[in-house]
Structure formats: structure tokens, C-alpha cells
Ligand binder design. Structure first.
Ligand code: ACO
Length: 324
């Protein structure tokens, strides 16, 4: 008995930016990007594809898939770090766009771990009141937050949105447990400043601009270690072995992080869902997009044990285990 995913949806921008095209933007090569990251292309938002617009489409698709009307939604929890507005929240923009007039709405900022943090919040509301139906959304338009002259970062990220409708089930299916962590002391290794202060006294000295900054090698190390530890803690607490997990849907950071994680945790390749080659790293959107694809491709059957794990700026990380 617990919180179940009633439906999934996703929405990707139309424009595909290939590695080949990136070669004319920064000093890089298709071969370098593929071999270091496993990324072949990413989607880039265009007109009519702001974060809230992609998120609204993903949400409508999740509602259709769930057979739930928008009026039934009590809460919209939306994970993002790249909405075009700070206020209103992206969740409120989505609420307005889809007409979810009975819902309250707010954003979660946990970078690439945001969707899992949001799913955990939804679980807590639903456990407290079984009648609640909640939209959990992950969306990013990080193309608007990248320094397109910095080859260390601009090759990695892509835009997109994914959503689930969460509700309660009397069956023995649903969220089994979660494990989360954060380490603010390492925040500088992956960060993005807000716009510079309009108050001279609060101006940031040496302001670098409001784009993504990253220490790639350090992030790599911490990402693998934190996701491994989180998954181990969660599986131990639940008394579940890796062998009995049917599908792992990790944050799609890059292929080398995922391969390293799979090696450390003994996850066979056929149990690891990977789509990073098509979309790059879509941060908070990567897990719900991957979940929607796995769901629509029929890769998840009722009763399957599905494991999610993520790592992102903050640092933030976590893992969620569910019986589908
Ligand atoms: N094209 C060509 N050369 C490049 C590029 C590029 N796009 N980017 C960097 N290089 C160069 C560097 O300048 C460096 O050259 P130098 O030796 O002359 O100085 C060389 O390639 C090697 O650079 P490294 O940083 O050592 O390369 P590394 O093997 O560490 O790979 C990468 C870089 C892919 C960023 C890796 O560190 C990584 O995957 N880190 C994790 C980053 C990540 O996934 N961040 C996403 C957010 S967090 C998350 O989602 C989990």
C-alpha cells in the first residue's frame, strides 16, 4: 500500500543539436564528446519552448496516461534550476498553463536530484492523505544557462521535461523507500550564480556571470561515490539485493559515470536504462524523461522493482526504490 506512479509523460524541444554542429561552436569533436560522455546529440529549446511550456506538455501527457483530469490535481511539485523566471515559480506557470485550478504549486531546487526530491515530497503528502493526486515534474532549459564558449560545459547539457502523476494504491505496489544526502561544502564544484545584485552593497566581487560552472573531474568522482553509497544504504535498509532489482533508471549524467556506477554496484547492462546519447544531461528532467521512455517502451511490468538514483549541484544526491 503506498504511493504509485499513475502515469508518465515527457516533452523534448524540436531542435536537435548534434556533436558535429557543436564543432562549429567550440573547439571540440564528435569523437571527443562521444568517448568522454556517450552523448551524441541534445535538444535545444526554441520559441514556445520555455521550461514551463515543455513542462505543461509533459504534464498533460502524464495526466492522459494516468486517466486523471487536471481538476483532480492537488499539488504540483516541479524541479528545475533553469526556468526563465525566478518568480513566479515554474510550478505556478505550469499550473496556469494547464489550468490546474485546484492545485497549489511550488518549485524544488536540487539540480539533477530535484525530481527524486520532488517524488519523495509527493510520497509524504500522499502517505498523510491518501486522496491526494500530485504532479511531479522535472524540467530544464539549461541551454539558456550555458556559456557557449566553454567547451567543458556546453557539450554536456540538453533541454527537456518529464512528469508523473502520483497517487495512492491499496495494492502492495508503490514507493518502498528513499535515501537522500546533500553537501553544501562542495557547492562551488558545480554552480550557477543568480543575476548580479542591483544593490551595490550586495554585489558579488569577480561575478562570473549566471551560467553553469563546473569542476568536471571532481564532480565525476563525487557523483559515482555518492550514488553508490546512496543506493547501498537504501537497498540495505529495505533488505533488497541488487539481483532482485529489475530496472535501474539513473540520472543521465554521462555514460562513463553510469558505467562506473554499474561496475561498482554490479548492475548488469541490460538492467540499466540509458538514453543519454540522444538528449545529453537534462538535469532534473533526465529521470522522468527516461522513466516515461521506459514505461512507454514496455520495459517495466507491474510488480517490477525499479531503482532510481541521482546526483547534482549542491551537492545533492539520492535514490528511490519502488515496486511498479
Ligand atoms: N572537447 C575537446 N576537448 C575538451 C573538451 C571538449 N568538449 N572539454 C575539455 N576538453 C579538454 C580539456 O581542456 C583537457 O585538455 P588539456 O589536457 O589540454 O587541459 C582535456 O580535454 C581533458 O580534460 P579533462 O577535464 O581531464 O577530461 P575528463 O576526462 O575529465 O572529461 C568530463 C571531462 C567529460 C567533463 C568529465 O570530467 C566528466 O564526465 N565529469 C562529470 C561532469 C558531469 O557529468 N557534470 C554534469 C553535472 S553533474 C551530474 O549530472 C552528475
Amino acid at each position: 500500500m503506498g504511493t504509485v506512479v499513475l502515469g508518465t509523460g515527457s516533452c523534448l524541444p524540436k531542435r536537435i543539436l548534434t556533436n558535429k554542429e557543436l564543432e562549429s561552436i567550440v573547439d571540440t569533436s564528435d569523437e571527443w564528446i562521444r568517448s568522454r560522455t556517450g552523448i551524441g546529440a541534445r535538444r535545444i529549446g526554441g520559441k514556445g519552448e520555455q521550461a514551463y511550456q515543455l513542462a505543461a506538455k509533459a504534464a498533460r501527457r502524464a495526466l492522459d496516461d494516468a486517466g486523471v483530469s487536471v481538476d483532480e490535481i492537488d499539488l504540483i511539485v516541479l524541479a528545475t534550476i533553469s526556468s526563465h523566471m525566478i518568480m513566479p515559480s515554474c510550478a505556478c506557470l505550469v499550473q496556469n498553463e494547464i489550468g490546474a485550478k485546484n492545485a497549489f504549486a511550488y518549485d524544488v531546487n536540487a539540480a539533477c536530484s530535484g525530481f527524486l526530491y520532488g517524488l519523495d515530497l509527493a510520497d509524504k503528502y500522499i502517505q498523510a492523505d491518501h486522496s491526494k493526486k500530485i504532479l511531479v515534474i522535472g524540467v530544464e532549459t539549461l541551454s539558456a544557462k550555458l556559456n557557449w564558449k566553454d567547451r567543458n560545459t556546453c557539450i554536456l547539457f540538453g533541454d527537456g521535461a518529464g512528469a508523473v502523476v502520483a497517487g495512492y494504491s491499496e495494492s502492495d505496489h508503490g514507493l518502498m523507500g528513499a535515501h537522500f544526502g546533500s553537501d553544501g561544502a562542495l557547492g562551488d564544484l558545480l554552480c550557477m550564480h543568480a543575476p548580479q545584485s542591483l544593490n551595490p552593497d550586495l554585489e558579488i566581487e569577480g561575478y562570473p556571470g549566471s551560467h553553469v560552472l563546473m569542476g568536471g573531474r571532481e564532480v565525476f568522482k563525487h557523483a559515482v561515490r555518492a550514488m553508490e553509497d546512496s543506493v547501498r544504504s537504501l537497498l540495505d535498509a529495505q533488505g533488497v539485493s541488487m539481483e532482485s532489482v529489475d530496472l535501474v533508471i539513473p540520472h543521465q549524467a554521462n555514460i562513463r559515470i553510469l558505467n562506473k556506477l554499474a561496475e561498482r554496484l554490479n548492475i548488469p547492462q541490460e538492467k540499466l536504462f540509458i538514453n543519454v546519447s540522444k538528449y545529453g544531461n537534462t538535469s532534473a528532467a533526465s529521470i522522468p524523461i527516461a522513466l516515461d521512455e521506459a514505461n512507454k517502451e514496455g520495459l517495466i511490468s507491474p510488480g517490477d522493482t525499479v531503482l532510481f538514483c541521482a546526483f547534482g549541484g549542491g551537492f545533492t544526491w539520492g535514490a528511490v526504490l519502488t515496486k511498479w
